[in-house]
Structures are given as structure tokens and as C-alpha cells.
Ligand binder design. Structure first.
Ligand SMILES: C[C@H](O)CC(=O)C(=O)O
Ligand SMILES: [Mn+2]
Length: 347
């Protein structure tokens, strides 16, 4: 793969600071924070911003973490604030249901992103049907896409296209891809899909989120995701303000105001952040072992409570090929590692 971007086009940019960033924020966003971020993103020219619990509509729970404020109030706050940008929500079948989707439409969403494991697109048929019935722009998210080869993902994307998806994303949930991996996966979807466009969602666990996004664009990606300050699960996502500057330099700026985004990252997002995600020891382990980025804070917390190294927990989850929705494994693995260590000490 060469880095020649001459075939790439300016992408549609979706900001997910208020959804993927909700993982980093431990789902504690307030409507006031949503208004501040939404205003800044809208003024800087993003096409859409995604607002919901990090695990999507209906995610507020013991398993995934309780939201501080009802996500419908957050969606409403975003919709009331924006003048141009569309408001989106994420829905994971099995977590979110028709009820939450209907409420989210009433609260103001115009687009829904339906996320399944990259092996399970077939569970999304009804959800795409509902989304189209409700007049939404419908986007498919193939999570943990590093786990399967390009041709397999293309088959899954074709299913989503058949169900009505307007766009299908390759989602590097584990931030485990190298640029070549992102390139080949996006290219396979571009070649296979006849109607739907193709998107790419990066995580920065190996420090490659912007590079992988560029590789996706080179392969023809039409849509890309980013967040202010990269605020998101694991080491975060592609930082929007950095991506905007890079796209601008590459002649691929879809109309983002780079300096407004730099100000938004510094002065709006800076004071809101609980911490600045970066590829720290545990996040790199996530990318290296191919683990779902959202497990990071759960593993850190459980590791601290039980006195088990989070890195060991994450590596073991990678060995077991755990995927989204298996958050209960984190505790189980930590307890097993603790037991094993106690056994080894007793011997
Ligand atoms: C529900 C997930 O957090 C979706 C996502 O952003 C990813 O898999 O990455
Ligand atoms: Mn993500």
C-alpha cells in the first residue's frame, strides 16, 4: 500500500465524542456538557454528531455502567442546540430495542448506527427495517472487524445493505489494525457493495487512528469517525481536530473549520475530559491483543479492586477472543487469575 491519496475524496465526518466518548466519561455526561460540545461541533462544520450511552441506546445498566442523565435528555439537548449538524444515536441489537429507538426519534435523532459483532450482521435485519420505517438514515457498524478477513466482512456488509443500510462501517473496536488491515477491509466493502457507502471507525490503541483513517480513505471510504481530543474507549478514537488538520493538508477537507476545532478541543473539551486517553500500557495491550476497547476502564477498576494486573486480564481476554457484550468475563477472568496466583503461591 502506498500513501498516495490522489484517489481519495473528502469524507463525511461523524463526531462521536458524545457517544464513544461516553465510555471514557463513564457515562456521566450532563445536558449542559452536551450543549457545549454540540454547539462547538456544529459551528465547526461536522456532518453529524452521535449522542447516547457509550454502549448505545438502553446501555445504562449494571453491566455497562449507569448514565448520570437520561440519554433521551442528552439527545434532546443536542438537537435543540445544533443548527446544521444531524444528530445520531448508536443502537446495539439486544441492548437497545424498538422502544428506545422510538423515544430517540421523538427526542430528535435523524440517523441511527446499528452495531453488531462483525460475524452477526444477520441479527440486524429487523433493526434496519425499523430505522427505515421511522425515516432514519441507517448506518451499519461491523464491530471488532480486525477478527475477520476482508472477504468475510464484505459478505456481512452485503447483508446489512440488503436490510436497508445506507452506509456500512468497518469498525476497528480494538484499535488492533495496521493501515494495511484498514485499507484491505474498506476496499473489500467498496468492491462488494452496490448501493451503500462505506465508513471507517478507528481506535488509537496502537497510535494509528489517524493513519488508519487515511488508509481507509485511500481505499475509498466515504464516511469517517472522530472525537474531540480522541475522547473515546481505550486509547480513544481519531482526534477530530488532528484529523481535520491532516485532511486539510491532504486536500480532503470536507468543510471543517480547523481552527474552530482546535479551539473546541482545547477550550470546550479540555475542561470536560475526565482524562486524556492515550496509548498507555493497558491500551497498547488492548490493541496488541485485539480486545474490545471498552473493556479498558472495566479491567482497570476490577484489577484495582482485586489486586490483579489489568494488563494480564486484558491479554487473557484477548486469548479467549472476548467481544462486546461479554463484559461479565472481565470479572470472571480477573477472579481466575487471582485464584491461579494464590494457588501458585501456596505450592
Ligand atoms: C458499542 C461500541 O462501543 C461501538 C464502538 O464504538 C466500537 O465497537 O468501537
Ligand atoms: Mn468505538
Amino acid at each position: 500500500m502506498s500513501w498516495d491519496l490522489s484517489g481519495a475524496r473528502p469524507p463525511v465526518v461523524v463526531d462521536t465524542t458524545l457517544r464513544d466518548g461516553s465510555h471514557a466519561h463513564r457515562h456521566q455526561y450532563t445536558a449542559e456538557e452536551v450543549r457545549r460540545v454540540a454547539r462547538a461541533l456544529d459551528e465547526a462544520g461536522v456532518y453529524a454528531l452521535e449522542v447516547s450511552h457509550g454502549d448505545g441506546l438502553g446501555g445504562s445498566s449494571l453491566q455497562y455502567g449507569f448514565s448520570r442523565q437520561d440519554e433521551m435528555e442528552l439527545i434532546r439537548a443536542a438537537r435543540e442546540t445544533v443548527k446544521r449538524a444531524k444528530v445520531a444515536a448508536l443502537l446495539v441489537p439486544g441492548i437497545g430495542t424498538r422502544k428506545e429507538l422510538k423515544e430517540a426519534v421523538e427526542a430528535g435523532i435523524q440517523m441511527v448506527r446499528i452495531a453488531t459483532q462483525c460475524t452477526e450482521a444477520d441479527i440486524s435485519e429487523q433493526h434496519f427495517g425499523m430505522a427505515k420505517e421511522m425515516g432514519l438514515l441507517a448506518v451499519g457498524f461491523l464491530m471488532m472487524s480486525h477478527m475477520r478477513p476482508p472477504e468475510f466482512l464484505a459478505e456481512q456488509a452485503l447483508l446489512m445493505e440488503g436490510y436497508g443500510a445506507d452506509v456500512v462501517y468497518i469498525v476497528d473496536s480494538a484499535g488492533a489494525m495496521l493501515p494495511e488491515d484498514a485499507y484491505l477491509r474498506v476496499k473489500a466493502l467498496k468492491e462488494a457493495l452496490t448501493r451503500a457507502q462505506v465508513g471507517f471507525h478507528a481506535h488509537n490503541n496502537l497510535g494509528l487512528a489517524v493513519a488508519n483513517t487515511l488508509a481507509a480513505l485511500k481505499a475509498g471510504a466515504d464516511w469517517v469517525d472522530a472525537t474531540l481530543r480522541g475522547y473515546g474507549a481505550g486509547a480513544g478514537n481519531a482526534p477530530l481536530e488532528v484529523l481535520a488538520a491532516v485532511l486539510d493538508k491532504a486536500g480532503l477537507n470536507p468543510g471543517l473549520d480547523v481552527f474552530k476545532l482546535l479551539d473546541a478541543a482545547e477550550y470546550v473539551m479540555g475542561p470536560i475530559l475526565h482524562f486524556q486517553p492515550y496509548p498507555d500500557r493497558d491500551s497498547v495491550a488492548i490493541g496488541y491483543a485485539g480486545v474490545y476497547s471498552t473493556f479498558l476502564l472495566h479491567a482497570k477498576r476490577i484489577g484495582k479492586e482485586l489486586g490483579v494486573d489489568p494488563l494480564a486480564i486484558l491479554l487473557e481476554l484477548g486469548r479467549r477472543q472476548a467481544v462486546a457484550g461479554q463484559e461479565d468475563w472481565i470479572l470472571r477472568v480477573a477472579l481466575e487469575l487471582k485464584e491461579k496466583e494464590a494457588g501458585a503461591l501456596a505450592d
